[in-house]
Design a protein around this ligand. Structure first.
Ligand SMILES: *Cc1c(COP(=O)(O)O)cnc(C)c1O
Length: 231
């Protein structure tokens, strides 16, 4: 199957899950997670109607930007971001989804101020409480949102999470539901319910994420095929 056909299939599954949760397919944003796929693949995905592309690695993103891989769609940064690479991402990515620590939040503020722009971000939440994973603990997220509100060059547009690797089918539904409750709570308390995005769901679980309230899914393998890690 081609990238275009894969996207059509993903869109159908998204539409069905959206309907099951009382929404329409237009309410859910599809971000193509294009890591390890070249500029031509990115362009095919954009032509086939992904809403945005998401990259994980700064070096790869920079190289593909130079090839105009993302022309025609917003670029999101979705991977783990090191503080010393913030300068290469701020002002380049329309949305940085992976702001998971206070130090990183402050670094983005500093760089956005230097560039005299306001950087849109999502706060990443470590919803499964995993030791090795970055992101704010659920109970720290409200404080992070309060801090972010004081920073004039960042604008929080929503929350993002990467749950634990699923060990049984639908195993992450409980995390998606927990994340949705946190989103609703923080949205009401801090943002007058004007926060727009809850980014959760990948190839194996985006339908469950949507059923639990996600409105932004990040899909790689189901669009681009399996990644070749031997290269
Ligand atoms: C790679 C990646 C995805 C997509 O993963 P698939 O399982 O290939 O769909 C989503 N989100 C993040 C942060 C990723 O790094």
């Amino acid at each position: 199957m081609t990238i275009t056909e894969h996207i059509a299939a993903v869109r159908r599954e998204m539409a069905e899950a959206a309907r099951e949760s009382g929404r329409s397919e237009r309410d859910i944003i599809l971000v193509g997670a294009s890591k390890m796929n070249d500029a031509a693949a990115c362009q095919e995905a954009i032509a086939a109607g992904v809403d945005a592309l998401g990259e994980n690695r700064v070096q790869e993103m920079t190289a593909k930007l130079a090839q105009n891989a993302y022309g025609g769609a917003p670029l999101h940064f979705i991977g783990h971001l090191q503080r010393n690479k913030v300068r290469q991402v701020v002002g380049k990515a329309a949305l940085i989804q992976s702001i998971g620590s206070e130090a990183l939040l402050r670094e983005v503020e500093k760089e956005a101020a230097r560039q005299q722009l306001v950087q849109d971000i999502l706060l990443e939440v470590n919803i499964g409480g995993e030791e090795a994973k970055s992101g704010f603990a659920p109970e720290e997220t409200e404080a992070a949102a309060v801090l972010a509100r004081e920073l004039p060059h960042v604008r929080v547009r929503g929350l993002m999470t990467i749950p634990p690797v699923e060990t049984v089918p639908h195993g992450n539904l409980v995390y998606f539901e927990k994340m949705h409750r946190l989103y609703v709570d923080i949205n009401g308390k801090i943002y007058d319910n004007e926060l727009e995005y809850i980014s959760m769901g990948m190839s194996g679980d985006f339908a469950d994420a949507i059923r639990a309230g996600s409105n932004m899914v990040r899909v790689g393998t189901a669009i681009f095929g399996a990644r070749d890690y031997t290269k």
